[in-house]
Design a protein around this ligand. Structure first.
Ligand SMILES: *Cc1c(COP(=O)(O)O)cnc(C)c1O
Length: 378
């Protein structure tokens, strides 16, 4: 397969389009920015309270606590649940590295698990296979926007007395058997990094939980253990969600279900367009609500050549993620060898993420499908 030199491409399809609010929504967003600026209350305050109330309600959770990033949400969830030195925390090896970094940040050690070859997600079986006496918590990651099969995992956690912290940083709004993700385990963690399904105009995150004590501890930890001003009860830090981001997210939250529906429609059209090409589309969950297509990840042999050929046709793509976490330099000290988690490792060689975002147009999807079919037939 070789990409021939082309004249300037007729299509230019980005991997994600971040500047796509409708004109009305944009006016509303600029309106709340003006409000916060006029009030001059940039940290804590009513915009944060209102967003937390709305986000908790959206997630069917009792409490939401806004924090500075998804990584902070994971770290403070673990810290708030008492995980630390001497503990191991199970993490699927094919997540974004932040899932493992949060474990390391509290002094615990990530214990990496393999995944199901079809869903690419951690399961009760792959978690069992990686279980040790020291594991105190499991972090199921709803990777790419698809929900982990939680019931068997919760049963495993009950049998072994493990906490469950959901990493829902790619799955805002997804449902598992009717329940919103994040509200199923002991805590759920979200990122509002701009490219996520719910994205801020900068960094942000939130933790949701039904446990009032955990919510309270995380509220203390995110802001110097302080309550009220200059009375410090625990050693915390600076990990607050800015008022500006909270106000922006509150506006965008209203459109989240519609935006996820647009992703699902786009994904269905792309899947149909790829039938007959030699790429494998993502396996479909039983219930459409169980996948919010943060990413549309296909598997294809000769992946790097396919990506080059798509790039030559003006179509962006990505790899999520090229190196499984246990084989990164950052975690070399744990001593995992190539071959230790074979499914994650073989997936990493074949996965390719195609463009998928709510404002993607039908003709863009058709152009992607046509180009993929063409370049994989070469
Ligand atoms: C984005 C992401 C995070 C980290 O979120 P940040 O807001 O970037 O800190 C954690 N886990 C997963 C699976 C993510 O995709």
């Amino acid at each position: 397969m070789s990409a021939t030199i082309q004249s300037p491409s007729p299509v230019e399809i980005p991997f994600v389009r971040l500047h796509d609010p409708s004109p009305d929504t944009l006016e509303e967003l600029l309106g709340v920015v003006r409000e916060v600026a006029t009030e001059g209350a940039f940290t804590m305050g009513r915009h944060l309270d209102l967003f937390e109330r709305d986000f908790a309600s959206f997630c069917d959770a009792e409490h939401a606590v806004g924090v500075a990033s998804g990584t902070d949400a994971l770290e403070l969830a673990l810290r708030g649940l008492g995980i630390g030195r001497g503990d191991e925390v199970m993490v699927p090896a094919n997540s974004f590295i932040a899932t493992a970094e949060a474990v390391s940040a509290v002094g615990a050690i990530p214990r990496f698990a393999d995944v199901d070859p079809d869903t690419q997600l951690i399961t009760a079986e792959t978690a069992s296979a990686a279980l040790t006496e020291r594991v105190a918590c499991i972090i199921p990651v709803h990777l790419y926007g698809r929900t982990v099969d939680m019931d068997p995992l919760l049963a495993l956690a009950r049998d072994h007395d493990l906490l469950v912290v959901e990493d829902a940083c790619q799955a805002h709004g997804a449902r598992y058997r009717g329940r919103r993700v994040g509200s199923i385990g002991d805590a759920g963690c979200f990122s509002f990094y701009p490219a996520k399904n719910l994205g801020a105009w900068g960094d942000g995150g939130a933790l949701v939980t039904a446990d009032p004590e955990l919510a309270d501890r995380v509220r203390l930890l995110r802001s110097h253990g302080e309550r009220p001003r200059y009375q410090h009860h625990v050693i915390g830090g600076t990990a607050r969600l800015d008022a500006l981001q909270a106000a922006i997210l509150r506006v965008k939250l209203r459109d989240l279900d519609d935006a996820n529906e647009a992703r699902r429609r786009g994904a269905a059209r792309l899947r149909a367009g790829l039938v007959g090409s030699s790429v494998e589309s993502p396996a479909l969950p039983a219930d459409a609500g169980d996948h919010v297509f943060h990413l549309f990840v296909v598997r294809v042999d000769d992946r790097d050549a396919v990506r080059d050929a798509l790039a030559a046709r003006g179509i962006a793509s990505g790899i999520h993620y090229p190196t499984p976490i246990h084989l990164t330099g950052a975690y070399a000290h744990l001593g995992y060898r190539a071959g230790s988690l074979p499914i994650v490792e073989s997936l990493a060689r074949r996965i390719c993420s195609l463009p998928m975002f709510p404002s993607i147009e039908d003709d863009e999807i058709d152009a992607i499908a046509a180009a993929v079919t063409e370049v994989t037939d070469l």
